[in-house]
Design a protein around this ligand. Structure first.
Ligand SMILES: Cc1cc2nc3c(=O)[nH]c(=O)nc-3n(C[C@H](O)[C@H](O)[C@H](O)COP(=O)(O)O)c2cc1C
Ligand SMILES: CC(C)CC(=O)C(=O)O
Length: 359
């Protein structure tokens, strides 16, 4: 087999390897999958304005995020159940990633992942009705050396993902979320025709009444920085920062929640302006090339996260596959920085983009 050279080639190879139901769960979106498509299309519309007569002999992709030095501004977004893609699951991803946001529905324990990790770990949380589930996880994350928490806001319930509904998708027996007690996870393995087990489970277990005061309460439970994920408007960014958030992740959950929601990169400039340097602004959704990473940085992102691409790499080659995908993105980013005359991340701003208003 020829070497896979792009994220798209990993996507195609993963589709060949994975059972169709798992492929649909990983790759699908909600509703008509318009937001899923828009996330990718919106990047393609952002044309670049390269500059020359700049010394680009020493490109530097490194950055600092919440006090941690990272070799690249590319991390892995929280994705549930990595063992759907590879038997080693999150342990393999953690070895490959320079920043991994571990899903609360990880299929390996927080401690196993921490023992394997090559870089900082953040723990993503959903707002469970049983608050002691949340606080218990916060304590475990602190004890295991996780460096931040990420509260996902965009999932008061799981969106209508028609591929999963049609298949009656449930998590296969043998793949569990060991960081949550069995009572909280009841029903996730129970396949029912015409119903997504994850959608049903979210209605039972997620508290849809999450308010700003709850965010402030969570922030008061811990010394770890708490970021909020799923922000698409200046208003929500303002509210979150005012209630203790240390930063935001601009995201529409990879087009899996509100179909018709704005493409995440199209929401980025507004949110970054609202945050105004008060904390990191990450972006996920539709990042498929290093040029996309550069585009997001130009619009004000501190770093990007990739969800599905990491899982495609994991499916194809476990740890080395996940690493290969992240290395492709980093190599493409370096090329794009050199070829656009922006050798350092601090040189990257909106002047790089055609048709974007410049301050
Ligand atoms: C299979 C799958 C599972 C996901 N699980 C979670 C999760 O547990 N928590 C969460 O906050 N986001 C979850 N997400 C959303 C990702 O964190 C991220 O927002 C999205 O995948 C980014 O888009 P991309 O896949 O185009 O990179 C999941 C996404 C996928 C594809
Ligand atoms: C178990 C699910 C709630 C995980 C998720 O966020 C997703 O599938 O998008």
């Amino acid at each position: 087999m020829d070497a896979l050279l792009t994220v798209a080639e990993y996507e195609a190879a993963a589709q060949e390897l994975l059972p169709p139901g798992i492929w649909d769960y990983l790759s699908g979106g909600s509703g008509q999958e318009r937001t899923l498509a828009a996330n990718v299309d919106a990047f393609a519309r952002l044309a670049l304005r390269p500059r020359f007569l700049v010394d680009v002999s020493e490109p530097d992709l490194s950055t600092t995020l919440l006090g941690a030095r990272l070799p690249t501004p590319i991390g892995v977004a929280p994705v549930a159940y990595h063992r759907l893609a590879h038997p080693e699951g999150e342990v393999a991803t953690a070895r490959a990633a320079s920043l991994l946001v571990v899903s609360v529905f990880a299929s390996r324990t927080l401690e196993e992942i921490a023992a394997a990790a090559a870089g900082p770990l953040w723990l993503q949380l959903y707002w469970f009705r049983r608050r002691e589930v949340v606080t218990g996880l916060v304590r475990r994350a602190e004890d295991a050396g996780y460096q931040a928490l990420v509260l996902t806001l965009d999932t008061p319930r799981v969106g209508r993902r028609l591929r999963d509904v049609r298949r009656g998708f449930a998590i296969p027996a043998g793949i569990v979320a060991p960081n949550l007690e069995a009572a909280v996870m009841a029903g996730t393995h129970e396949a029912v025709d015409g119903e997504s087990a994850l959608a049903r489970h979210s209605r039972e277990q997620f508290d849809p009444a999450l308010r700003p005061a709850d965010l402030a309460w969570l922030c008061a439970q811990t010394d770890l920085p708490v970021l909020v994920k799923g922000v698409l408007t200046a208003r929500d960014a303002e509210l979150a920062l005012a209630h203790g958030a240390a930063g935001v992740v601009v995201s529409n959950h990879g087009g899996r929640q509100l179909d018709g929601a704005v493409a995440s990169v199209d929401a980025l400039a507004e949110v970054a302006a609202a945050v105004g340097g008060r904390g990191p602004v990450l972006l996920d959704g539709g990042v498929r090339t290093g040029v996309d990473v550069l585009r997001a940085l130009a619009l004000g992102a501190s770093a990007v996260l990739v969800g599905r691409p990491a899982l495609w790499g994991l499916a194809v080659g476990g740890e080395s596959g996940a690493r290969a995908v992240l290395d492709i993105l980093a190599a493409e980013l370096e090329d794009a920085m050199v070829l656009s005359g922006r050798p350092r991340l601090s040189d990257v701003d909106s002047s790089l983009l055609a048709g974007v208003q410049r301050p």
